[in-house]
Design a protein around this ligand. Structure first.
Ligand SMILES: [Zn+2]
Length: 291
């Protein structure tokens, strides 16, 4: 900012300046989207926002070029911010003109004025493809790897599993606020080849998942019953963990139980956290599948 003779003032730890400067310096050449922001009248600031959910859903269905409008599963209107700021709502999308028409479909308290911004929201601009050994805390990364530890759910509903690539291994997490996304994550199994997208938490080093691309599902074989004795036609008894089986009638020994391939309910492809848990920069699948 000194170099370019910019006028500026920082508040508190001046982190706002970093964000503001980065946004001015940002280039839209790779990808960009638009956000139409509607502002409240000053006397309404801090009070509960009046934005109608049904009109938001109608708008969402009408304009396919908009995204992250409404979470139908978790019943969350994503146009409305949480902070007591002067913003009434923001509609994000790929096409400027659609946003202007979309705004006129929203039933709400009186809008004081609106502005259109070109932004990197919904572009995955924050993510960098890398390998596990190069991961640093607070980065946002794309990592391809194999699941080496099945998902487990801890108290609070957070789901964790571990992946590896040729350079190392790292834990991945789908936290409770990612809601129904965790049902997909719980179906992952050792050997599945996946690409994970997310921000890196420092302690312990964990990838906080924003979306995954399942590239290959490993066959899952499970033991369904003990082997049957060829002579007696009866099930053999286990001699203990990893010690094989023995027929108690004739003493025949076997180490081959009966296996069956498990049905996988997952399919390959992309899965993302629901709209209510999506980070502003995450590219929605809607933009990946039909850009
Ligand atoms: Zn036998």
């Amino acid at each position: 900012m000194e170099k370019y003779n910019a006028y500026y003032r920082g508040y508190k730890n001046s982190r706002g300046l970093i964000g503001a400067t980065a946004s001015v310096a940002w280039s839209s050449e790779n990808d960009s989207t638009y956000e139409l922001i509607a502002y409240r009248k000053e006397e309404k600031w801090g009070s509960k926002r009046q934005v109608d959910d049904d009109s938001t859903k109608r708008m969402d269905k009408k304009f396919a070029s908009t995204f992250d409008n409404y979470d139908y599963i978790n019943k969350h209107n994503r146009l409305i911010p949480n902070s007591p700021c002067p913003v009434l709502f923001g509609i994000r999308g790929n096409k400027k003109n659609d946003l202007i028409n979309a705004k006129s479909m929203i039933i709400s308290e009186e809008i004081k004025c609106w502005l259109m911004f070109e932004t990197n929201q919904g572009t995955d601009d924050h993510l960098k493809k890398t390998t596990i050994n190069k991961i640093q805390p607070y980065q946002s990364v794309i990592i391809e790897g194999l699941v080496i530890k099945n998902p487990s759910t801890i108290k609070g509903g957070h789901v964790f599993f571990t992946i590896k690539d040729s350079t190392g291994k790292i834990d991945c997490a789908a936290y409770e606020p990612t809601k129904n996304f965790r049902e997909t994550i719980r179906e992952l199994r050792t050997g599945d080849k996946i690409e994970v997208y997310g921000g890196v938490r420092k302690n312990p080093l964990t990838i906080n998942l924003e979306k995954i691309n399942i590239k290959n599902l490993e066959k899952q074989i499970e033991k369904i019953e003990n082997p049957i004795c060829q002579k007696c036609g009866k099930h053999m008894k286990s001699k203990g963990v990893n010690q094989g089986y023995k027929c108690i009638k004739c003493g025949t020994i076997s180490n081959k139980p009966i296996f069956e391939e498990k049905i996988r309910y997952l399919k390959t492809g992309f899965y993302e956290v629901p709209v209510c848990a999506r980070r502003h920069l995450s590219k929605p699948l809607k933009r990946i599948i039909q850009p």
